[in-house]
Design a protein around this ligand. Structure first.
Ligand SMILES: Nc1nc2c(c(=O)[nH]1)N(C=O)[C@@H](CNc1ccc(C(=O)N[C@@H](CCC(=O)O)C(=O)O)cc1)CN2
Ligand SMILES: Nc1ncnc2c1ncn2[C@@H]1O[C@H](COP(=O)(O)OP(=O)(O)OP(=O)(O)O)[C@@H](O)[C@H]1O
Length: 198
């Protein structure tokens, strides 16, 4: 049977939305431990700049990881949807008292402040949300193309920074995804159970 991108999205989003509160809590804790473990193996500064996101739609809860990374003195940046083009992302610094606003998808983002935006190339690590991932590190997102468009130049020009790391529940894994030319494959995906590297 051939299943298309829209169908995979619907299927996996339903799966992750039906995870119990207990499963979500354990997943958040395990994901935090796995990321802290993984970052030790990377050649990044002791205190680094990390792009992260606020979880939504049954994604693994990143709030524990956010607190842990702050306590380790890393600087965190959240995606802000570009106010004019509406199709790419800025990464703006996120501190405990940052003024926030709700974007068009109901996800909290920092109130736009140009002086706190970090150019993509200055992030050490970019943690990326995804709906599904496969055995080859391909990633399928929510369908807005936000990350793909934001990363297009990065990918074409073979930048070494930031390191792209996808975060997901294990149930978001599929054997093989249909791939499009603009899809940016990931070298690492972390789930509560496992660290995948390609
Ligand atoms: N936590 C999180 N933040 C993120 C993303 C993400 O995947 N996860 N994004 C990754 O790109 C961007 C937002 N992309 C999104 C795209 C679609 C929908 C969504 O819920 N779409 C609805 C239709 C809503 C509408 O059009 O009004 C749906 O499909 O049901 C949400 C976020 C930036 N921030
Ligand atoms: N680099 C790009 N340049 C132009 N258009 C793009 C690019 N990347 C993606 N798009 C467009 O964005 C739309 C959504 O892409 P896609 O289905 O791959 O999104 P996604 O990976 O699910 O979402 P996201 O990256 O936001 O998580 C597609 O219709 C595609 O044409």
């Amino acid at each position: 049977m051939h299943i298309n991108r829209t169908e995979i999205r619907q299927l996996i989003r339903k799966k992750r939305l039906s995870l119990s509160e207990l499963v979500q809590e354990n997943a958040a804790r395990a994901l935090k431990i796995n990321f802290i473990q993984h970052i030790k193996t990377l050649k990044t500064p002791l205190k680094c700049r990390i792009g992260i996101y606020f979880s939504n739609d049954g994604e693994v809860d990143t709030s524990l990881l956010i607190k842990e990374l702050w306590s380790r003195k890393h600087s965190l940046y959240l995606p802000v949807i570009h106010p004019f083009n509406g199709t790419t992302l800025y990464f703006q610094e996120y501190e405990e008292n940052s003024p926030m606003t709700v974007n068009r998808y109901g996800i909290l983002e920092p109130k736009l402040n140009c002086s706190q935006i970090c150019p993509l190339a200055q992030l050490d690590i970019l943690l990326m949300p995804l709906v599904a991932f496969d055995d080859h590190g391909n990633r399928l997102g929510m369908g807005g193309g936000f990350y793909d468009k934001t990363l297009a130049r990065y990918y074409q020009e073979n930048w070494q920074q930031p390191q792209l790391i996808g975060l997901a529940h294990q149930c978001q894994h599929v054997a093989a995804l249909p791939v499009e030319s603009w899809d940016v494959p990931l070298k690492c995906i972390i789930t509560p159970e496992k660290i995948y590297q390609w």
